[in-house]
Design a protein around this ligand. Structure first.
Ligand SMILES: [Zn+2]
Ligand SMILES: [Zn+2]
Length: 362
């Protein structure tokens, strides 16, 4: 991962509030580069990204000759701790952890003009480092390295080798770098994606369902209307019918007078209209254009449709029994469209209407 990408990632995570940006959570590694001449006078160059910047250290480069404290390697004694001063060439203090606080060690080196401080960990701690807190010693590069690396440099310097050191900024590390966090983030990503997909599927299914229901309802209404229209009385006007002789009778849909030979439909409310005019009207509106009478209700078509839906596969014969007794009677349902005998009767009445010269009102 490039340094720029890491900076962006850090910034993004900080802005999004995912990670609290305290120094305790985010830390930066330091690249520690040393070079010295060995016993054969060959230049040895070694580097590792094994350091960790202190919490209060500026994230900057530092370079100079590695310098040990005069006496105690922990650098805690009274001033002057080092045989250096501000006029010396740039130098970096190498101090062992322990005895006094990080701030005290760092400040002692700072007072004598060190370019930076490298603290190495206690004996037996291997390569491990800690995130130093040194709030009283800010403004100087302070990096911690492991005991093994620190001891190696210490021995070289102790033996009189001039070790040149360069400390450089490495990469940021935080909770998102841990495998635990990667695991957590991938699960979170998966959950969010799954939720989004589920939501999308649900919304689509719901829309499809509503659309289907709407179509079904529309089809059902049309079927009802067609069924009702079939039951309406239809007659052909004759020359001496009242509708053709009197100009006050006209079709309320097309506003034209009736002529002999025209086919008219008589609604349940006795209002008459041209068959060609009233049928499209009824398919859309289901009511008489003049008195608003609902022909579906008048013909009982709505109730029949409900019965049709509730009995998907009705038997040919309905056996009606009294509680626990013998079958009382059987009703053959050959004409399922009108199972109600009264309604049946009404239909016949309606058919008998045909040819009746009773004038339409209105
Ligand atoms: Zn008409
Ligand atoms: Zn009417």
């Amino acid at each position: 991962m490039g340094k720029k990408t890491q900076h962006c990632l850090l910034l993004l995570l900080c802005l999004s509030g995912l990670v609290p940006c305290s120094a305790a959570v985010v830390f930066w590694t330091a690249v520690v580069d040393i070079s010295y001449a060995n016993s054969n006078n060959q230049t040895v160059d070694k580097y590792c990204e094994c350091g960790m910047y202190g919490r209060n250290s500026p994230l900057e480069k530092a370079s100079g000759i590695v310098t040990l404290p005069k006496g105690d390697p922990k650098g805690c004694g009274p001033d002057p701790v080092y045989n250096r001063n501000e006029t010396s060439p740039p130098w970096i203090a190498l101090i062992k952890r322990g005895n006094c606080t990080f701030s005290e060690k760092i400040n002692a080196a700072k007072r004598q003009g060190a370019a930076g401080v490298l603290v190495y960990n206690l004996d037996g701690s291997g390569n491990s480092t800690t995130h130093m807190a040194h709030s009283d010693a800010a403004g100087i590069v302070a990096v911690m390295i492991g005991n093994i690396q620190g001891m190696e440099i210490f021995k070289l310097v102790k033996n009189g080798t001039d070790v040149q050191m360069l400390i450089d900024v490495g990469s940021p590390h935080g909770p998102w770098m841990d495998s635990y966090w990667l695991y957590f983030l991938s699960i979170a990503f998966f959950v969010v994606t799954a939720a989004a997909v589920t939501y999308f599927v649900f919304i689509s299914a719901n829309r499809l369902y509503i659309l289907n229901r709407h179509r079904r309802t529309e089809r059902k209404l049309k079927n009802e209307a067609k069924k009702a229209i079939k039951r309406l009385q239809v007659r052909t006007l004759k020359r001496d019918d009242e509708e053709t002789t009197c100009d006050s009778h006209m079709c309320a849909v097309c506003i034209e007078s009736y002529r002999a030979g025209e086919v008219v439909t008589v609604l349940t409310c006795d209002h008459i209209f041209h068959k060609a005019c009233i049928e499209p009207w009824l398919l859309e509106r289901r009511t008489c254009p003049m008195c608003k009478c609902d022909i579906m209700k008048a013909l009982g078509v709505e109730d029949e449709m409900k019965e049709d839906i509730s009995t998907d596969s009705p038997p040919d014969v309905t056996v009606v029994t009294v509680a626990g007794g013998e079958p009382l009677y059987e009703v053959p349902l050959t004409d399922r469209a009108s199972p109600d005998p009264e309604r049946h009767q009404h239909l016949y009445d309606n058919r008998a209407f045909e040819g009746d010269s009773q004038p339409a009102r209105g």
